[in-house]
Design a protein around this ligand. Structure first.
Ligand SMILES: C[S@@+](CC[C@H](N)C(=O)[O-])C[C@H]1O[C@@H](n2cnc3c(N)ncnc32)[C@H](O)[C@@H]1O
Length: 312
């Protein structure tokens, strides 16, 4: 079950998805990420296309997108590949927006939507050909359980690709604290992602550092927020806008200095896809990381100040 902090975060995400339908927010999103789905990750349109290709999506492929929000980037991948997808998240508000977008884009027959906890996915073992998530793991505590669930619902030979904001290793204590304070609420982990993935049955194929994209997005958001400042004050209030802008400036500066991490993605494939494992054999998917990552379940260190709006 989600913790009280996670439930509070889900409520904030709900409001963010509702706010994200405002014309000013959509204009900012187009400038920042090149899309207009009301997304809350930092996945750009270019990265969405890359995700689609890494997952080898095509007609007939069944994709599960976890933490799907209001449909970005899952619906974009469905549209550009012809695949089918199930979108899962906790806030109903986001999924409603996603379902309306799917209907508008003629994708409804190939899309399903479910309110569900990523740590307790309501699907049979091996049901999906591909799994994706965008900046999900940095937004929850139960990273290990979620990775294990993703593994369970993926068929042998399937792949997972994900992005995650992480804190780089070897920071000074002061830099570590500043990085945590300017990251999503549950960014911290006491197990590095490669180890966590291995522990949950994945094999890492590739890691792609997209810190540069992340920094560029932050800089574009600073520009776009300035252009749409009046509308943003009406929408979220002057105080929240000031906090959002300050946070974005700090992220941009720190990522430029190289100590603030970007996000990783992982592509995963079961290693024994062509042969059935014998009794007791452990299926061991290979995986590839695209952006830097962090995760952890056992220990969680609270940062002193928590933001009201979790992302962007
Ligand atoms: C950064 S947002 C990304 C949303 C969307 N994929 C996008 O790119 O815009 C992370 C999402 O993870 C969802 N999330 C967090 N904890 C979750 C959980 N335990 N189960 C399912 N979704 C969760 C949040 O509700 C949020 O919508």
């Amino acid at each position: 079950m989600a913790s009280p902090e996670e439930r509070a975060q889900a409520a904030r995400f709900s409001q963010t998805y509702i706010d994200g339908t405002a014309p000013a927010m959509r204009a900012i999103e187009r400038h920042v990420c090149g899309c207009d789905y009301g997304g809350t990750s930092w996945t750009t349109a270019g990265q969405s296309a890359r995700l689609r290709d890494l997952l080898a999506l095509r007609p007939g492929v069944r994709l599960l997108d976890v933490g799907a929000g209001s449909g970005w980037p899952a619906l974009h991948m469905v549209q550009s590949s012809g695949c089918e997808a199930v979108l899962v998240d906790l806030p109903l508000a986001g999924l409603r927006i996603a379902a309306a977008r799917a209907a508008r884009d003629g994708l409804a027959p190939r899309c399903g939507f479910a309110v569900a906890d990523a740590a307790w996915l309501p699907f049979a073992d091996g049901h999906f050909d591909a799994v994706s998530h965008s900046d999900l793991l940095c937004c929850l505590l139960s990273k290990r359980e979620v990775l294990a669930e993703c593994r369970r619902v993926l068929r042998p030979g399937g792949r997972m690709v994900f992005s995650v904001i992480h804190i780089p290793a070897n920071l000074s204590p002061a830099h570590y604290r500043r990085a945590v304070d300017n990251s999503p609420e549950f960014v911290e982990t006491n197990t590095a992602y490669p180890a966590l993935l291995a522990e949950t049955g994945w094999r890492l194929d590739e890691t792609i550092d997209v810190t540069g994209d992340y920094r560029d997005c932050c800089q574009r958001q600073i520009e776009a927020d300035a252009v749409h400042a009046a509308a943003l004050v009406d929408l979220i209030g002057a105080e929240d806008l000031a906090a959002r802008q300050a946070r974005c400036r700090r992220r941009s500066q720190r990522s430029t200095t190289g100590w603030f991490g970007g996000t990783y993605s992982s592509r995963l494939e079961p290693a024994l896809s062509r042969s059935r494992p014998g009794p007791g054999a452990r299926r061991s998917p290979r995986l590839a990381l695209n952006r830097p990552s962090s995760c952890g379940t056992a220990r969680r260190v609270r940062s002193p100040a928590r933001r009201r709006r979790p992302l962007r």
